[in-house]
Write a protein that binds this ligand. Structure first.
Ligand SMILES: [Zn+2]
Ligand SMILES: [Zn+2]
Length: 317
């Protein structure tokens, strides 16, 4: 099969053996895969990953238990052991022995086929197009904020970063009735948010005022952390979404002085995201900037790495 392969130094489009299903696994024929900032970090050395990257996909089950065969699916990315204390507490996403699709010890979705545990599969409702379903994983990551922090009507919330994840977080948080302000560097992305009812302001025109009940930091940059600390009110909540690969240092004293609650937030559960896509309560397809055939995957990744670019998709079919 055709796949994008990262050898630890460079990404190449290769012909490689199709995966075979291990115990409890299904083989999914990938229809669309999304390139996310984490993938770009991985290609810069984050996690020391080698293999086939990619963890956002929609596909069709080609091999697996009868009830799944032929179904259109998305898949949770953490492959948990299912038996350790974390797994027994329902926290498979934090299983110490987990593999993570396209990130840690498991090949991912930038390929024609992928192997995935059957327990990780979620069926895509008929009314949800592939182009929307491929957003399930990042949308679930946005919904995880609601799983971790009580956000509600009228609450002043600031989202820092108008990239893909920031745009999804802003929309999901606004859906609770919170008063969301999106701060970003890209006028076009702020305009998109505005068209979805989320007020935005350019970073250059914005002064943090220590007034937000909740700040979601989704800039992907170390500088964003300091801005987020300056934007949250005393005793407010700071949600950290960025995984910054390079080492950085900053003083945490403002968090102590202002008694800020800091919440790290990574992956979310898929059902709320699938339900929101089925209900049409979030609009994800306007985030698509381009779709490339898998064979042009190298160009697609270069496109995704340009500043301000939203979602770039790979079509494997
Ligand atoms: Zn991602
Ligand atoms: Zn486990």
């Amino acid at each position: 099969m055709r796949a994008l392969h990262f050898d630890g130094r460079r990404l190449a489009c290769v012909e490689t053996a199709a995966p075979s299903a291990g115990p409890g696994e299904a083989i999914v024929r990938v229809r669309l895969a999304g390139i996310c900032s984490t993938d770009l970090q991985i290609l810069a050395g984050y996690m020391g990953f080698t293999g086939i990257p990619g963890h956002e996909f929609v596909g069709q089950v080609a091999e697996g238990p009868g009830e799944w065969l032929g179904r259109r699916v998305v898949g949770e990315i953490n492959y948990a052991c299912g038996e350790c204390p974390a797994c027994r507490r329902g926290l498979g996403r934090h299983c110490p022995d987990r593999r993570v699709m396209g990130i840690l010890g498991a090949d991912g979705a930038f390929a024609e086929h992928l192997a995935i545990p059957v327990v990780n599969l979620h069926a895509v409702p008929d009314g949800v197009a592939d182009e929307a379903a491929v957003f399930t994983e990042p949308l679930a990551a946005a919904f995880s904020v609601l799983e971790q922090v009580a956000v509600g009507p009228g609450m002043p919330v600031t989202v820092l970063g108008d990239g893909k994840l920031g745009l999804l977080c802003a929309q999901v948080l606004a859906g609770t009735g919170a008063s969301v302000t999106l701060v970003g560097k890209h006028a076009a992305n702020l305009a998109l948010a505005a068209s979805q009812g989320v007020g935005g302001v350019l970073l250059a025109d914005w002064t943090p005022d220590a007034a937000a009940d909740c700040v979601v930091e989704a800039t992907g940059s170390p500088a964003g952390l300091e801005l987020a600390m300056a934007a949250v009110r005393p005793r407010g909540t700071l949600v950290l979404k960025s995984t910054v690969a390079e080492p950085h240092s900053l003083s945490l004293a403002p968090l102590v002085i202002n008694e800020v609650t800091v919440v790290g937030s990574r992956c979310g559960l898929f059902p709320p995201a699938v339900a929101a896509l089925a209900a049409g309560s979030v609009a994800v397809t306007p985030l698509i900037d381009a779709t490339y055939p898998l064979a042009d995957g190298i160009a697609a990744v270069a496109h995704a790495a340009r500043p301000g670019v939203r979602k770039v998709l790979l079509a494997a079919g």
